[in-house]
Design a protein around this ligand. Structure first.
Ligand code: ATP
Length: 243
């Protein structure tokens, strides 16, 4: 039976050329759960997602997913294994229509039109706004719609794990609420999610388990509830001073 860990990182190191950013990350994320990564600016959250999606090479440690060793694998292999990255800033093809952007997410899959259509329908069921706007250029969508489109594009790869960097950045509270509801529904249907979210309250409310990063290391871990009650987390990340 495959390991129940969708992510198992042992001593993972990575960086940019000479600059080391991640200093031995140990992390275990369970299949079927929402796992959050929190931490201050520059802690290395985005860098970790880049390393996990193969966009930057790892320089030490090991990376497994459901028992399979992905250490050193290239981005296309990692995507082929079912790990998809929704990057910060969304990176859509602005001049292309919404539906064409979504279809780009399926480019590695060798499937027929009927299956693609079924998967598009499933994305539209999660984000009905995208169906309304399917012929509109992605660059003209609102920020929230762009985030839906970026997540939808990730879902079109039919991933085992979707990693979302900065879910709520720049979005209104109402849109964030809609996105959170969509992620809860996806997770309830079995999707594993790794979330980087600067709004720590949202992240800890939503997740099953969270890891706190600081200066390229994991400094704390626990359930969302445990970390919300942790005086150090409250002081450092929620702006709640200890009594
Ligand atoms: P934020 O919440 O601000 O996005 P983060 O936790 O995602 O922060 P990273 O973006 O991973 O942090 O950055 C971690 C460190 O890596 C920072 O010191 C940053 O300056 C550095 N860094 C990020 N991208 C590069 C790059 N392309 N080249 C060199 N250093 C980089």
């Amino acid at each position: 039976m495959a390991s129940p860990l969708i992510l198992e990182l042992n001593g993972l190191c990575a960086g940019y050329g000479e600059i080391q950013v991640l200093w031995g990350i140990d992390l275990a994320a369970r299949r079927g759960e929402i796992t959050a990564l929190i931490g201050s600016n520059g802690a290395g959250k985005t860098t970790l997602m880049r390393a996990l999606s193969g966009l930057i090479p790892t320089t030490g440690g090991h990376y497994f997913s459901e028992g399979r060793d992905l250490t050193g694998d290239a981005a296309a292999e990692i995507l082929g294994h079912g790990i998809v990255h929704v990057p910060e800033g969304r990176r859509l093809f602005g001049a292309m229509g919404v539906e064409d952007n979504l279809l780009m997410g399926a480019y590695l899959r060798k499937v027929g039109r009927a299956e693609l259509k079924r998967d598009l329908e499933s994305v539209y069921a999660t984000f009905p706004k995208l169906r309304e706007r399917r012929h509109q250029a992605a660059g003209t969508l609102s920020g929230g719609e762009q985030q839906m489109c970026a997540i939808g594009r990730g879902l079109m790869s039919v991933p085992r794990l979707i990693m979302i960097d900065e879910l709520s950045l720049g979005l209104s509270p109402l849109l964030v609420e809609q996105l959170v509801a969509a992620l809860k529904a996806l997770n309830a249907a079995g999707m594993s999610i790794l979330l980087v979210e600067q709004d720590v309250t949202i992240a800890l409310d939503l997740c099953h388990q969270a890891f706190v990063m600081d200066m390229g290391r994991i400094v704390r871990a626990g359930s969302g509830r445990e970390l919300l009650a942790d005086p150090i987390v409250r002081d450092a990340y929620l702006g709640v001073l200890q009594e």
